[in-house]
Design a protein around this ligand. Structure first.
Ligand code: NAD
Length: 480
C-alpha cells in the first residue's frame, strides 16, 4: 500500500487533518494506496509557501528558470518506465500507451516551456517620432492549477510548466482519481533541486481542496482542465474575485468523413480517435458522420475493426482498450448505452460491460461500442459520454453535416477527411471548434493555440498563448 503525501514548501508532508482517501486500481477494482484528503488548511500552507518563494523565483533570469525545468524534464525521462507503470495502474490505460504518449509528453511539456521562455519577447508600438509604447510582461504571482484524470501527468505538466517558466509559483491539484504520477513528480522536483515552495502539489477532492484553491484570495489566477459543469462552478467562484481564468472543458467532437477521402486512412485514424485511451480523451471524435455513398462500406469495416480491439489487462502487451478510470465512470458510460437504446439506436458493436478473468475480474471494462440510427439532436449525440462510445450517422451534403457538427453546446475539436483541398478549407472555416484536424487526429504542435469554443472552454493554452496567460501585460508609453 503506497501512501501519497502532499508536496508543500519543498517537503513531502502529511495532510494537516491526517485524513486519507482510498486510491483504487481500476484494472482490478482493488484499493492499492491512500491519498491525502486535503482541506483549506493544506491549501493555506501551500499558498504561503508559494508566496514566500515568489520573490526569488520570479527574479531569476529566464535562463536560470529554464535550467531548473530542464532538470525536471531529464528526470522524467530517466524515470520513464516507473512513471508509465504508475500512470497505467492509477488510470487503467494500457501500459504501452502511457509509455508511448503520456510520459514522453510530460517531459516534452517541461522542455517546450523551458526553452520557449528564453525566446519569449514582448511587443512595442511606435507612435511615429512622438512616443514609444512597450509592453512589460511580468509573472502574476501564485497560479492555481487543477487537472483531470484522463491524461494525468500529461495535462498536469501542460499547466505547471508554462506557469513556472513565466516566473509564477504554483499551487496545483491533480485529480483525486489519478494522483500517483503527480506525487512521483514531486519527488523528482526535490531530486532536481527545484527551490522549495516554487511548486506545491496538494492532493484531495475537487469540492474541498480544489474549491479552496479557487476561493483563495491570494491565488489570482486559475488554470483548470476538467468537466464543463465543474468549469461553471469554478467560474462562478472566481469571476467575482476578478481572477484570471483559463478553462479547458468538455467536448462532443464530430468526425466528418467525405466520400472523396482516403478511405483506409479515415478508417484507421477513426478507430484511434474513437477508442484511444478508452475514449477518455477530450479530443476523441465521438460523433462519426459519413457521406452516404461510402456509409455502408465504412460501417461494415469500422464495426469489424472495433470488434477486433482487445479489451484487457492494461499491463498486457496486446491490450488496446484498458479499464475505465472508476466504477462510477463505468456506470455513467453504461447508462449512456442504455439511453442510446431508449432513444432508438441500434448497437452495432459492444454495448456492454466486459468481465475479464483472473486478476482483472473486478475491473471496470466496457466493450468499444458503436451505435447507429440516432438523430443528431438526441441526448446521446449532444452530451459528452467520455468513454468507448461512438455514434455513426450518414449525411448527404456539406451543409447538412456542418449543421450536425455545430449542433452541440461544445466546440472543442473536429476531424475532417477529404482529398478535396478546397472543401477541406471551407469546412474547417465553417466548423465552430477550437481545433480542426484534416486527414489526421491528435497531431500536436505545442506552439499552436489549444482550447475550445462555446461550452468547451474559455481562453487558449499552448505556446505563446500560455505564456501570455501566465503573465500580466503592462503598457509603458514614453514621450520622445
Ligand atoms: P472534473 O471536472 O470532475 O475534475 C477535474 C478536476 O477538477 C479534478 O482535479 C477535480 O478534483 C477538480 N474539481 C472538481 N470539482 C471542483 C471544484 N468545485 N473546484 C475546484 N476543483 C474541482 O473532470 P474529470 O472527470 O476529472 O475529467 C473529465 C473531463 O475533463 C471531461 O469533461 C473532459 O472532456 C475534460 N477534459 C478537457 C480537456 C480539454 O483540454 N478541454 C482535456 C482533458 C479533459
Amino acid at each position: 500500500m503506497e501512501t501519497i503525501r502532499n508536496y508543500i514548501g519543498g517537503k513531502l508532508v502529511e495532510p494537516a487533518a491526517g485524513q486519507y482517501l482510498d486510491n483504487v486500481n481500476p484494472a482490478t477494482g482493488e484499493v492499492y494506496g491512500q491519498i491525502p484528503d486535503s482541506d483549506a488548511t493544506d491549501i493555506e500552507a501551500a499558498t504561503k509557501a508559494a508566496k514566500e518563494a515568489f520573490a526569488s523565483w520570479s527574479s531569476l533570469s529566464n535562463e536560470e528558470r529554464s535550467k531548473h525545468l530542464l532538470a525536471v524534464a531529464d528526470l522524467i525521462d530517466q524515470n520513464h518506465e516507473k512513471l508509465a507503470m504508475a500512470e497505467s495502474v492509477d488510470n487503467g490505460k494500457p501500459l504501452k500507451l502511457a509509455g508511448r504518449v503520456d510520459i514522453p509528453r510530460a517531459s516534452a511539456n517541461f522542455r517546450f516551456f523551458a526553452t520557449a521562455i528564453v525566446h519569449f519577447s514582448s511587443e512595442s508600438h511606435m507612435m511615429g517620432d512622438e512616443a514609444i509604447n512597450y509592453t512589460q510582461r511580468s509573472p502574476v504571482g501564485v497560479a492555481g492549477c487543477i487537472s483531470p484524470w484522463n491524461l494525468p501527468l500529461y495535462l498536469f505538466t501542460w499547466k505547471i510548466a508554462p506557469a513556472l517558466a513565466a516566473g509564477n509559483t504554483v499551487v496545483a491539484k491533480p485529480s483525486e482519481l489519478t494522483p500517483m504520477t503527480a506525487y512521483l513528480l514531486s519527488a523528482l522536483c526535490i531530486e532536481a533541486g527545484l527551490p522549495a515552495g516554487v511548486l506545491n502539489i496538494v492532493h484531495g477532492l475537487g469540492t474541498k481542496a480544489g474549491q479552496a484553491i479557487v476561493e483563495h484570495p491570494e491565488i489570482p489566477m486559475i488554470s483548470f482542465t476538467g468537466g464543463t459543469n465543474t468549469g461553471k462552478s469554478i467560474a462562478a467562484t472566481a469571476a467575482p474575485m476578478f481572477k484570471k481564468l483559463s478553462l479547458e472543458l468538455g467536448g462532443k467532437n464530430p468526425n466528418i468523413i467525405f466520400a472523396d477521402c482516403d478511405f483506409d486512412l479515415a478508417l484507421k485514424t477513426s478507430i484511434h480517435s474513437s477508442f484511444s485511451n478508452q475514449g477518455e480523451i477530450c479530443l476523441c471524435g465521438s460523433r462519426i458522420y459519413v457521406e452516404r455513398p461510402i456509409y455502408e462500406k465504412f460501417k461494415e469495416e469500422f464495426v469489424a475493426r472495433t470488434k477486433a480491439l482487445t479489451v484487457g489487462d492494461p499491463l498486457e502487451d496486446g491490450t488496446k482498450v484498458g479499464a475505465l478510470v472508476s466504477k462510477g465512470h463505468m456506470e455513467k458510460v453504461l447508462s449512456y448505452i442504455d439511453l442510446a437504446k431508449e432513444e432508438g439506436g441500434t448497437i452495432l458493436a459492444g454495448g456492454e460491460q466486459v468481465k475479464l478473468n483472473g486478476r482483472c475480474n473486478n475491473g471496470f471494462y466496457v466493450a468499444p461500442t458503436v451505435v447507429e440510427g440516432l438523430d443528431h439532436t438526441c441526448r446521446t449525440n449532444q452530451e459528452e459520454v467520455f468513454g468507448p462510445f461512438v455514434t455513426l450517422t450518414p449525411f448527404d451534403s456539406e451543409d447538412e453535416v456542418i449543421e450536425y457538427a455545430n449542433s452541440t453546446n461544445y466546440g472543442l475539436s473536429a476531424t475532417v477527411y477529404t482529398e478535396n483541398l478546397k472543401r477541406a478549407h471551407t469546412v474547417a472555416a465553417r466548423l465552430k471548434s477550437g481545433i480542426v484536424w484534416i486527414n489526421c487526429w491528435l497531431l500536436r504542435d505545442l506552439r499552436t493555440p489549444f482550447g475550445g469554443m462555446k461550452q468547451s472552454g474559455v481562453g487558449r493554452e499552448g505556446g505563446l498563448e500560455a505564456l501570455r496567460f501566465f503573465t500580466e501585460p503592462k503598457n509603458v508609453c514614453v514621450k520622445i
